[in-house]
Design a protein around this ligand. Structure first.
Ligand code: AMP
Ligand code: MN
Ligand code: MN
Ligand code: MN
Length: 284
């Protein structure tokens, strides 16, 4: 398969912090011309069988997916997994453990918001949660928009939910080594998600890519909803430099919140190995 393929290998459903069901996402992806799709809920693979069935019902090919939160050099980094066995017990256990810290973190976030006069945020965020194990900052952001504290979710993140702001609670996620090995031991491919989104120094970024590779990671997102056109070029160069395959995905969460819709990004630049070439035998 060439790089000219409408593959969308990154998005979120109500199983994590998206607002559409796997079936609604599949229908939307198909309308937008997606040929190969993956649902990549945060730290959760509970929607995978539904998503694969919905993809097939819409005439799309499917790769299993997830997006694992890890801590690297003091920052949260996301590692996408593609093409793994969705019934793998070690991966299911690892993700279950990773999700475990979210409940207490959410209560601490709520206390921290209460200290600046925003009350009832935990209960308010819960109204937006479908998966009780997966309460995320996005659900708090929706509550703060609903109550008029902010105009939109990006304003909430800017003012409240990022490092140094009143509602931010530092959290230790999985390790890079664990996330990569859960994915690869389950037959899948690990992908560094939206690398331009982190605020690493050049040395830290080099360390992330090198350690990722040494643990068995094989790919990086080049064309994503969170990169600019200049960043496509920069991370295409990084993929070549580190011998990594390239992925493409919108990171779509919601028709009301996401500025990049499913299947609408530019194709991968030429001269790269698309992840779907290496995962040909994992495509369902
Ligand atoms: P959590 O896993 O609870 O830390 O929440 C992370 C999620 O928050 C990400 O996957 C995004 O969906 C969302 N998010 C993070 N930063 C921003 C931002 N600046 N604007 C909008 N959403 C964001
Ligand atoms: Mn998200
Ligand atoms: Mn992410
Ligand atoms: Mn994502």
């Amino acid at each position: 398969m060439s790089s000219i393929l409408n593959a969308d290998l990154h998005c979120h459903s109500v199983v994590s912090d998206g607002t559409l069901t796997p079936e609604e996402l599949a229908a939307r992806a198909a309308v937008n011309g997606v040929e190969l799709w993956a649902l990549t809920d945060h730290d959760e693979i509970g929607g995978q069988h539904r998503a694969a069935a919905a993809a097939h019902a819409q005439g799309m090919k499917y790769l299993t997916g997830t997006e694992i939160s890890i801590t690297f050099a003091g920052q949260t980094v996301h590692i996408v997994g593609l093409g793994f066995d969705a019934d793998d017990e070690r991966m299911k256990q690892g993700l279950h453990q990773t999700r475990g810290g979210r409940g207490q973190r959410a209560m601490d976030m709520s206390d921290s918001l209460a200290a600046v006069g925003i009350r009832g945020a935990y209960e308010g965020a819960l109204k937006y949660v479908s998966n009780p194990e997966l309460i995320s900052r996005t659900h708090f952001a929706r509550f703060l928009v609903e109550t008029g504290v902010c105009r939109d979710t990006s304003e909430v993140f800017r003012k409240y939910l990022t490092e140094g702001k009143p509602g931010f609670i530092p959290h230790r996620w999985a390790t890079l080594r664990d996330a990569v090995s859960w994915i690869t031991d389950a037959g899948g491919m690990a992908v560094i998600a939206h690398p331009a989104r982190y605020s690493f120094s050049a040395n830290e970024e080099y360390a992330l890519f090198s350690e990722f590779k040494s643990h068995g990671g094989q790919a990086v997102e080049v064309v994503t909803g969170s990169h600019t056109a200049a960043e496509y070029v920069r991370y295409a160069d990084m993929a070549r430099e580190f011998g990594l395959a390239a992925s493409r995905g919108s990171d779509f969460h919601s028709p009301d919140e996401s500025h990049t819709d499913l299947g609408t990004l530019p194709y991968l630049p030429g001269g790269l190995t698309p992840v779907w070439e290496l995962l040909a035998n994992r495509i369902q």
